[in-house]
Structures are given as structure tokens and as C-alpha cells.
Design a protein around this ligand. Structure first.
Ligand code: NDP
Length: 246
């Protein structure tokens, strides 16, 4: 029997990249999945169709993670549709990379709203629906551990804040049997950071393995944390970065 059978997962930013891989993997492990997206309804529909054709239930909800009401509504939609919520994967994120003097206030505010406030608000909305065994898994970044290039002030600030969020959630929710963990991907081949992009070679060179990761590599660790294997892991970050931060 698939390990997540009977569980319901909400994956933010599940229409492309790492989020799509996570949504698909959790469904393959037996979960019913709600995914959010911002613009790409077409890609979200593709992921939903793939999950349904594999025999699980799925729903896509348009919700900008910077919009707290939309985030809350997506959580309520998951519970309304599937009757429960066991796993929250905070994946939606954006990377504004720019020299310090070029970063606008809007860049800074949006980075923090999507990458930090969104996960916090989603956790706030999800936790009342969670029972013992609940999981809050957030996708951070290896730049929280090692900033290897200039231009990362807004992005690294936002991703480092997720360490504090994860530790605080773990401490606050541990008594209820709910875990909070952070996954730190390294360079991962997606639209955000294509393996054939201009900065790709330099990123690969800084990993121990010398290559990019795939979205499915991150999804595999998320699936582990979401399942029984994750039950004693909380308040910490797991790197899936090919050794980038090591
Ligand atoms: P992509 O840009 O390839 O995909 C982003 C996904 O998030 C899309 O589904 C997109 O929806 C959704 N999304 C973006 N902004 C919002 C928003 N404001 N509200 C709701 N959904 C949103 O990114 P990746 O898959 O590469 O990244 C996923 C996560 O992994 C991010 O948090 C990123 O910071 C992190 N990460 C990625 C790394 C990499 O090398 N790729 C490395 C380290 C961390 P839509 O399709 O509608 O646009």
C-alpha cells in the first residue's frame, strides 16, 4: 500500500518545477493533492491531469502567495474538497537577483511577501486542520547556508528567514505531533534556474557532485519527510544540494 494513502497534501506553486515534481511524487505515494499556482493555469491543469490519470484526486487553485487572503482561501479549498489536510509544502518562491544598489523596495517587499510571509500565513491557516502526524515542509534554498555569488541580498535574506520560521513552528507544534522541516535545494534544473542557463556552469562547479540536481531529487526528500521516515525530524533543514553548501 502506498505510504501516503489517505493523506491530503497542499503544495504551493505546484504548476511547474520543484512544486510540480513534489505534487506528482506525493500523489504517487498515495496522497490526494491540492496545488496552487500564480499565472500558469495551463501547467497546473497538466499536473492535475497527470495525478488524476495515476488514480489520485487533485485540484488546482489560483493563489498568489503574496496575497494572504488567497493563501488562506487555498487552504480552506483543500479542506473543503478533500475533508482534511495532513501535509503542507510551502514551495512557491521567487528569486529577485540584483546588485544591492539596483534592488527596489518593491523587489524586497515582494521577495519577503512570497518567500516568507506566504509560508507563515499558510502554516497559520493549515495548522488548525492538522492532527497528529501533520507535516509542514518548506522549500528554502542552499543560499541560506552559503551565498556564493553577489546579487543575492533579497533572496538570501528571505530564504534564511525560513530557518527561524521552521524552528519556531517545530517548537510550537511539536506537542501536537506536527513536524516542521526545511529543504534546501541546490542548483536544480527548472524554469527558474535552467541547467543550460548562463550561470549554470559556475553553480555546478561549486557543488561536490559537479552537476545540477533535478526537481525529482528534491521531491524524493520531501516525500521522505512527509512519510513515516520524517516523524522524528523537526526544526531542521535538509540539504539536497549536491554538496553546494558543504
Ligand atoms: P519555478 O520558477 O520553476 O516554478 C515556480 C512555481 O511557483 C510555479 O509553479 C509558479 O506558478 C509558482 N509561483 C511563483 N510565484 C508564486 C506566487 N507568488 N504565488 C503562487 N505561486 C507562485 O521555480 P522552482 O521550481 O525552481 O523553485 C521552487 C522553489 O524552490 C522556490 O521556493 C525556489 O526559491 C526554491 N529553490 C529553487 C532552486 C533552483 O535551483 N531551481 C534552488 C533553491 C531553491 P506559475 O506556474 O503559475 O507561475
Amino acid at each position: 500500500i502506498a505510504p501516503l494513502t489517505g493523506k491530503v497534501a497542499l503544495v504551493t506553486g505546484g504548476s511547474r518545477g520543484i512544486g510540480a515534481a513534489v505534487a506528482t511524487r506525493l500523489a504517487a505515494d498515495g496522497a490526494d493533492v491540492v496545488l496552487t499556482y500564480q499565472h500558469r493555469a495551463d501547467r497546473a491543469a497538466d499536473v492535475v491531469a497527470a495525478i488524476k490519470s495515476a488514480g489520485r484526486r487533485a485540484l488546482a487553485v489560483q493563489a498568489d502567495s503574496a496575497d494572504a487572503d488567497a493563501v488562506r482561501t487555498s487552504v480552506e479549498a483543500a479542506v473543503a474538497e478533500f475533508g482534511r489536510l495532513d501535509i503542507l509544502v510551502n514551495n512557491a518562491g521567487l528569486g529577485v537577483l540584483a546588485p544591492l544598489e539596483k534592488l527596489t523596495l518593491d523587489d524586497i517587499d515582494r521577495s519577503l511577501a512570497v518567500n516568507v510571509r506566504g509560508p507563515l500565513v499558510a502554516a497559520q491557516a493549515a495548522v488548525p486542520h492538522m492532527v497528529e502526524g501533520g507535516r509542514i515542509i518548506t522549500i528554502g534554498s542552499c543560499v541560506a547556508e552559503r551565498v556564493a555569488f553577489p546579487g543575492f541580498a533579497a533572496y538570501a535574506t528571505s530564504k534564511s528567514a525560513l530557518l527561524g520560521l521552521t524552528r519556531a513552528l517545530a517548537r510550537e507544534l511539536g506537542g501536537r505531533g506536527i513536524t516542521a522541516t526545511l529543504v534546501h535545494p541546490g542548483p536544480t534544473d527548472t524554469d527558474m534556474n535552467p541547467a543550460d542557463g548562463p550561470g549554470a556552469e559556475a553553480q555546478s562547479a561549486l557543488t561536490s557532485l559537479g552537476t545540477y540536481g533535478e526537481a525529482v531529487d528534491v521531491a524524493a526528500t520531501v516525500a521522505h519527510l512527509a512519510g513515516e521516515g520524517g516523524r522524528y525530524v523537526t526544526g531542521t533543514a535538509v540539504a539536497v544540494d549536491g554538496g553546494f553548501a558543504g
